[in-house]
Design a protein around this ligand. Structure first.
Ligand code: AHR
Length: 325
């Protein structure tokens, strides 16, 4: 009887210890839960300019540093591709979306889908026009209107407020093209002898900037006193067109642009570009700090502004070595 009772007791205790081991998968100590990687979808406009490439590198580099799983989609300048990318990020249930929107309008439906899925959308560098601004979390960007004002004020000083200006606009419908024109024209309204004679889009590319400038030279030749380009790449294309036509950019024709990329500094040092207004593309650290803040539940302002400054030939040589993009 004693032997039977002992066997029953051992059997019982064996059963209960088997049960206790099950949840930890065979070990008595609980393993720490593996930390889940943050997954972020980044829909980029394309690679139209040196500025854009610097922005992409900054965001990708920072993601790698922080161990973020960044899903990158290059839209090649097409809004339809950006909408497709966003739809796919939403289906993949990413933790956040970073969007650099090619144009301002046409985002309501896809941003509503992101909102319904509780995915925060951080806009970078360009804003959108939507019916309800709760459709995005915040915009991290420069003040493009102010950049336009800075360019016109500098040009007014340089030309004694008297100039025939030829304007190379950025991508039609994009925030920087709309706002850089708006800010520039605000200052021109106070200076009646400064006139935009012709204005056309060069789509933010060097090749298009050159092509449009060639057409301006063909029709207006010697009338061109100043060129205002919405970015450095177009200005560099225009400089090439002016030189090929035997003109002297930086001297006979004043050239001012926006971005402050390395090649613009080289052109200023060479005396061919007169000035450039900075637009900072190095937003990687700020983008991921912002995503962290959103995930902690912080309420963010709708606009987080990058501060810019103007550089001209006189300080270009001194500053060029310190430029990061
Ligand atoms: O949105 C920023 C603008 O887009 C930059 O000034 C231009 O170079 C770019 O392509």
């Amino acid at each position: 009887m004693i032997a039977v009772a002992l066997v029953a007791l051992v059997g019982c205790s064996k059963q209960s210890s088997d049960k206790a081991e099950q949840p930890s998968g065979g070990s008595t100590a609980a393993a720490p839960a593996a930390e889940k990687k943050l997954v972020v979808g980044f829909s980029q406009v394309g690679a139209e300019s040196a500025w854009r490439t610097a922005e992409t590198k900054s965001i990708q580099g920072e993601a790698a540093k922080r161990g973020v799983d960044l899903k990158f989609a290059d839209a090649q300048g097409k809004q339809a591709q950006q909408i497709q990318a966003l739809t796919s990020f939403i289906a993949q249930k990413v933790d956040a979306i970073v969007l650099a929107p090619v144009v301002e309008t046409g985002w309501d439906a896809v941003l509503q889908q992101a909102k319904d899925a509780n995915i925060p959308v951080i806009l970078v560098d360009r804003g959108v026009k939507v019916s309800d601004d709760s459709l995005y979390t915040t915009l991290i960007a420069s003040d493009f209107v102010e950049e336009g004002r800075m360019a016109a004020e500098w040009l007014a000083k340089k030309t004694n407020a008297k100039a025939n200006i030829y304007e190379l606009q950025g991508t039609t419908g994009s925030a920087p093209a709309i706002d850089r024109k708006k800010g520039f024209e605000e200052i021109l309204a106070k200076n009646p002898d400064m006139k935009i004679v012709k204005s056309q889009s060069g789509d933010f590319t060097r090749a298009k900037g050159k092509e449009v400038m060639e057409a301006f030279i063909k029709s207006d030749g010697k009338n061109i006193q100043a060129v205002y380009a919405h970015n450095d790449d177009m200005a560099l294309g225009a400089i090439q067109a002016l030189e090929e036509a035997g003109m002297n950019p930086g001297k006979d024709v004043i050239v001012i642009s926006v971005d402050a990329v390395k090649a613009a500094f080289e052109a200023m040092v060479a005396g061919k570009l007169n000035a450039t207004v900075e637009c900072n593309p190095l937003m990687g650290p700020l983008v991921f700090d912002t995503i962290d803040r959103v995930r902690k539940g912080e309420k963010l302002p709708k606009f987080i502004q990058n501060k810019d400054q103007l550089f001209e030939q006189a300080n270009a040589a001194q500053v060029i070595g310190t430029r990061e993009y």
